[in-house]
Design a protein around this ligand. Structure first.
Ligand code: GDP
Ligand code: MG
Length: 301
């Protein structure tokens, strides 16, 4: 599509959209209905649906369900000069506003709520730096991640209603991620994380590779995700100090030796603190999807 065409299409769409109760933000078309936010994007064929309560909430959960636009009835009055895809998008907008949109709203509600309660943490780093050694210390049964070689997930369920999934990826997966042409499926799977735990063996070479090959990619993939660095193998000689690594990477860095029990305790405490902080933050912003904890849970925390 030429720039001229895109501009012309946008202009026409904007003109036509004036008659509807929608908000326009750049190329996004946002409408609220039945307790949900529907976000369309001009020239795209998907809708993102989230809870109305999440609209303009300062927390960055970024939880929505993606649907693809199916066929819709195009009325003859709407021929205009619009392209077929734009007419389809408009037809969907109209359907939603007029309650003609066929969607299982109950399913949508429960599915979205489930997503809001899930926090995804990813162990990221090159081969042999200690990711799996740390992952193994988490008390939960590992499950294989579908479609990814040598990759496992563990689920932490001791912070209801939050449900934390921690992922450990195999060497091939990480190789693919840092390659020039990572698989779209992998990028999709690595998106929307709450936290990336980047592990380094604390050598200069490894830290520099993280700086140039991993961090920029993670930031592009999930701009809202938190990132921490674990400066591992501090027991070995000639390792960079966590202070220096933090300075080089510009990311909060913690020193550890994954083969030592005090480091494992520290790692587990760190994860617990991060989960608790998130829970507190959600309560502070009165997230309606976080019920107040029962007295027994409060005591345990
Ligand atoms: N000396 C030392 N060895 C470690 C440390 N952490 C992990 N290792 C060893 O480094 C190797 C690679 O660890 P692994 O967890 O499989 O790395 P991964 O490829 O990042 O998952 C194993 O032999 C571990 O025992 C550490 O802190 N110090
Ligand atoms: Mg591993």
């Amino acid at each position: 599509m030429s720039i001229y065409n895109a501009e012309k299409r946008q202009k026409l769409m904007r003109k036509y959209l004036r008659q509807f109760d929608v908000t326009l933000k750049d190329r996004a078309i946002i409408l609220q209905k039945k307790g949900f936010i529907f976000r369309f994007h001009m020239f795209q064929t998907n809708i993102e649906i989230s809870f109305s309560e999440c609209f303009e909430c300062p927390l960055d959960c970024n939880k929505f369900l993606d649907f693809y636009l199916e066929k819709a009835e195009l009325s003859e009055a709407e021929d205009l000069d619009l392209e077929k895809e734009d007419l389809l998008l408009l037809a969907h907008i109209k359907d939603i506003l007029e309650n003609e949109f066929s969607l299982d709203y109950e399913m949508l509600h429960s599915e979205l709520k489930k997503r809001i309660h899930i926090l995804k943490f990813g162990m990221i780093g090159f081969d042999q730096v200690g990711k799996s050694t740390l992952f193994e210390t988490i008390d939960a049964t590992p499950k294989k991640v579908a479609n990814l070689i040598n990759s496992y997930v563990k689920e932490i369920t001791s912070f209801p209603p939050l449900f934390v999934k921690i992922y450990d990826y195999g060497a091939q997966v990480m190789e693919n991620f840092i390659s020039k042409t990572p698989a779209p499926l992998l990028l999709e799977k690595l998106r929307h994380f709450y936290l990336y735990i980047v592990v380094t063996d604390s050598t200069t070479q490894n830290v520099m590779k993280i700086k140039t090959q991993i961090l920029p990619k993670l930031k592009r993939l999930s701009p809202f995700a938190a990132i921490i660095v674990l400066a591992n193998k501090q027991d070995l000689p000639n390792r960079l100090s966590p202070q220096l690594i933090e300075k080089i990477l510009g990311v909060r860095t913690y020193p550890i030796s994954a083969i030592k029990s005090d480091s494992i305790d520290f790692f587990k405490k760190l994860l617990n603190e991060i989960i608790l902080l998130r829970l507190e933050q959600m309560r502070e912003y009165n997230c309606p999807f976080i019920e107040s904890p029962s007295p027994s849970i409060k005591k345990r925390l």
